[in-house]
Design a protein around this ligand. Structure first.
Ligand code: NAD
Ligand code: UFG
Length: 340
């Protein structure tokens, strides 16, 4: 049995589907602080089977202990965490408490039960401002905000755990920019309030929920002046987790792996691709740069291919088509009754 913390969230829900399709027995552990029970119903519909869920916080050690007692958990995929960079700057303690203290509780209970295999959701944010491109796993690590620091700190904690006990098998998956949705349009990204990230913002403009996109700066040193990122389809990302689980028995200690496509697209590229996929005009205004943003970020994905036998397959057109299908069929996210 695989325990999936944060399994009701955006990346977690897609990963649950890939794991069930591959025959894994899974259990979701989520406090629904940034997700909905409707997502679980939709996942059950896609999977064609009920999904076991523990509705609890990873900081609740008694509940974690009870879960490990009730189920024979062989490995954990740890998605649970708060992820809004801006909010983390306003409320650093909330982020450190939830992400770091929560992870420590989880690792303690795993130790208690002798469960020493974990796949952790890290982020390209741990590379800070990269010294060159593309970004490889051996680049120096740094953080520029409390969210990023929480990811880096949890990576460090896991590295220390592995040094202290060579029984641990730890994969640190560093995601680039996840976008897209399941092709069924039953599950997808459902941000609370005004989206922080580009793709959900663009799709809300397309569906008429927002008037225009604010593009944060057009004076970067990039081909069209707007920021460049490595967008990766969430289903590709989910399959990366499946490969990680299949590989985890072979490793010792910690291994960090970039999950990206290796391709960089600008904000204007994304606007153009989304207009094409949706047939809708995306109005935008150029505004000043967002504090803390870097100009360009994309992965060297070669280690993932060599080590996990995984590479991203879905292109930008598919990322935009699937985002649009999800957004247009569920204009209010999980609040909407799905119409086929
Ligand atoms: P998400 O918010 O959709 O999913 C996270 C899930 O964790 C939610 O369902 C939430 O309810 C749950 N959760 C949060 N705190 C919890 C707690 N204390 N106890 C139990 N459950 C809790 O986010 P996502 O986009 O699916 O991201 C998953 C992971 O990947 C996060 O750790 C995030 O930091 C990381 N990540 C995300 C991105 C991205 O751009 N989406 C990029 C890099 C890394
Ligand atoms: N952007 C806009 N307007 C918006 C939103 C974003 O112009 O309304 C631009 C940004 O300036 C950037 C690009 O679109 O150039 C992508 O921005 P996102 O906010 O979608 O993504 P980031 O690369 O800034 O950050 C994301 C996650 C972080 C994670 C990082 C690396 O939000 O948590 O990817 O994985 F750490």
């Amino acid at each position: 049995m695989i325990l999936i913390t944060g399994g009701a969230g955006y990346i977690g829900s897609h990963t649950v589907i890939e794991l069930i399709n591959a025959g894994y027995d899974i259990i979701v552990y989520d406090n629904f602080s940034n997700s909905s029970h409707e997502a679980i119903k939709r996942m059950e519909q896609i999977a064609g089977q009920p999904i076991k869920v523990v509705d609890a916080d990873i900081k609740d050690k008694a509940k974690l202990r009870e879960t490990f007692k009730n189920y024979s958990i062989n490995a954990v995929i740890h998605f649970a965490g708060l992820k809004a960079v801006g909010e983390s700057m306003q409320k650093p303690l909330k982020y450190y408490n939830n992400n770091i203290s929560g992870s420590i509780c989880l690792f303690e209970i795993m130790s208690e039960f002798g469960c020493k295999k974990i796949v952790f959701s890290s982020s390209a944010t741990v590379y800070g401002e990269p010294r060159s491109l593309p970004i490889s796993e051996n680049f120096p690590l740094s953080a520029t905000n409390p969210y990023g620091r929480s990811k880096l700190f949890i990576e460090d904690i896991l590295r220390d755990i592995a040094i202290s006990d060579n029984g641990w098998k730890i994969l640190l998956l560093r995601y680039f920019n996840p976008v897209g949705a399941h092709t069924s349009a039953l599950i997808g990204e459902d941000p609370n309030g005004i989206p922080n990230n580009l793709m959900p913002f663009i799709s809300q403009v397309a569906v008429g929920k927002r008037e225009y996109l604010s593009i944060f700066g057009d004076d970067y040193d990039t081909p069209d002046g707007t920021g460049v990122r490595d967008y990766i389809h969430v289903v590709d990302l989910a399959q990366g987790h499946l490969k990680a689980l299949q590989k985890i028995d072979d490793i010792q200690g910690t291994v960090a792996v970039n999950l990206g496509t290796g391709k960089g697209y600008s904000v204007l590229d994304m606007v153009g691709a989304f207009e094409k996929a949706s047939g809708k005009k995306i109005s935008y205004k150029i505004v000043k740069r967002r504090l803390g943003d870097i100009a360009v970020c994309y992965a060297n994905p070669s280690f993932a291919k060599e080590f996990l036998g995984w590479e991203a397959k879905l292109d930008l057109a598919k990322m935009c088509e699937d985002t649009w299908r999800w957004q247009s069929k569920n204009p209010k996210g999980y609040d909407t009754i799905h119409q086929a």
